[in-house]
Design a protein around this ligand. Structure first.
Ligand code: OSB
Ligand code: MG
Length: 369
């Protein structure tokens, strides 16, 4: 298919609940929505880069820049045989994985729609439904967090993940265990807030039977993660540290983690996400699909990815209403019985973009040609 045109929107979406991590609090979420057109059919991809470079170095601004100056002009009018060709054509430009992933996602959606195949099927998904968990931000008080957990547990989420940071960790996990018992599937995510000097402190988590501790140390500290792993009984899961399949292989060889959180956006696209999935599956390493507070556009792609056979742990995929009062895509993602979410089976992403919401939330837009 020939990539005949692109349209890019920067949108601002009010979050249904503010989301706070060790690096900051989000109330309004910025992201980009990219559309690609071929033969009168459109594919859509979300760029999850945030307003500020906190989770990683990319921002909506840097993504806008590299997309409009480099990536989209290089692909405009180009004939591509398959979505895997997108990362190959963009490989000469270093970095900017979230911007690259958005282009690739839009092309996957386009290909699915042109062929009448769901993204899950194109990727090799094997499950019509996936088990999901919920990721809870830092809360002003412990009581507020416990109330949130109570509510989400009642809705059926299969695993609760709570954000932690120095000063908001051991007591929080103790209180959750005291209130909900040892059987509640529970994990913590530090977004790199600790150092190896905190190893003895983090050992205090071991008695709580956590499913995992996600990204305890800084993204670059693969060697220190391996050292920490030797000192902890709690399995380490890496998120920010894994930028591509090479990182995944080296992290596993070093013993830096036992679980990997796969985010297609963090690793430069779905093709690289598949490589990590295949590597982990071959080595018997469990993976799950991470989230970046995506709108319905990005979440539909995450659901398709999470339907692959190696995604054996509950993914960070919550219902639309957990994130947005008014989502960008329809139908909204909802939780079914047993804490499962249905993987869209329609062509491509299997959801439709609500153009009126996209336009209403748009801060700026551009098109090529
Ligand atoms: O570290 O997994 C993370 C959200 C924004 C940035 C980083 C992370 C997260 C989440 C939210 O944990 C997961 C979700 O989308 O529900
Ligand atoms: Mg994380």
């Amino acid at each position: 298919m020939r990539l005949e045109g692109f349209r890019l929107h920067e949108v601002e979406m009010p979050l249904a609940f503010p989301f706070e991590t060790s690096f900051g609090r989000e109330v309004l979420r910025r992201c980009l929505v990219l559309s690609v057109e071929s033969g009168g059919v459109q594919g859509h991809g979300e760029c999850v880069a945030a307003r500020e470079p906190l989770y990683s170095a990319e921002t909506t601004g840097t993504a806008w820049h590299v997309l409009t100056e480099f990536f989209l002009p290089a692909l405009l009018g180009v004939e591509v045989a398959s979505p895997e060709e997108v990362p190959r054509r963009l490989a000469g430009w270093r970095g900017h994985p979230m911007a690259k992933a958005a282009v690739e996602a839009a092309v996957w959606d386009l290909v699915g729609r042109l062929r009448g195949a769901s993204l899950s099927r194109l990727l090799g998904g094997t499950r019509p439904q996936v088990e999901v968990g919920v990721s809870l931000g830092l809360e002003p008080t412990l009581d507020a967090l416990l109330a949130r957990i109570e509510a989400y547990r009642g809705q059926g989420y299969r695993r609760i993940k709570v954000k932690v940071k120095p000063g908001w960790d051991l007591e929080v996990v103790s209180a959750i265990r005291a209130r909900f018992g040892v059987d509640l599937p529970l994990s913590v995510d530090a977004n790199g807030a600790y150092g190896l000097e905190d190893a003895a402190h983090l050992q205090g988590l071991d008695r709580h039977g956590l499913a995992m501790i996600e990204q305890p140390l800084a993204p670059d500290d693969l060697v220190d993660h391996a050292e920490l792993a030797r000192r902890l009984a709690t399995p380490i899961c890496l998120d920010e540290s894994i930028r591509h399949a090479q990182d995944a292989r080296q992290a596993l060889n070093l013993g830096a983690c036992r679980v990997i959180n796969i985010k297609a956006a963090r690793v430069g696209g779905l093709t690289e996400a598949l490589r990590i999935h295949d590597l982990c599956r071959a080595r018997g390493v469990p993976v799950w699909c991470g989230g970046m507070l995506e709108t319905g556009v990005g979440r539909a792609a995450n659901l398709a990815l999470a339907s692959l056979p190696g995604f054996v742990l509950p993914s960070d995929l919550s219902e639309s209403r957990r994130y947005y009062a008014e989502d960008l895509a329809t139908p909204p993602a909802t939780l079914g019985p047993g804490g499962r979410m249905v993987v869209p089976s329609g062509p491509g992403l299997g959801v439709e973009v609500r153009e009126e919401v996209l336009r209403a939330r748009s801060l700026r837009s551009t098109r090529l040609p």
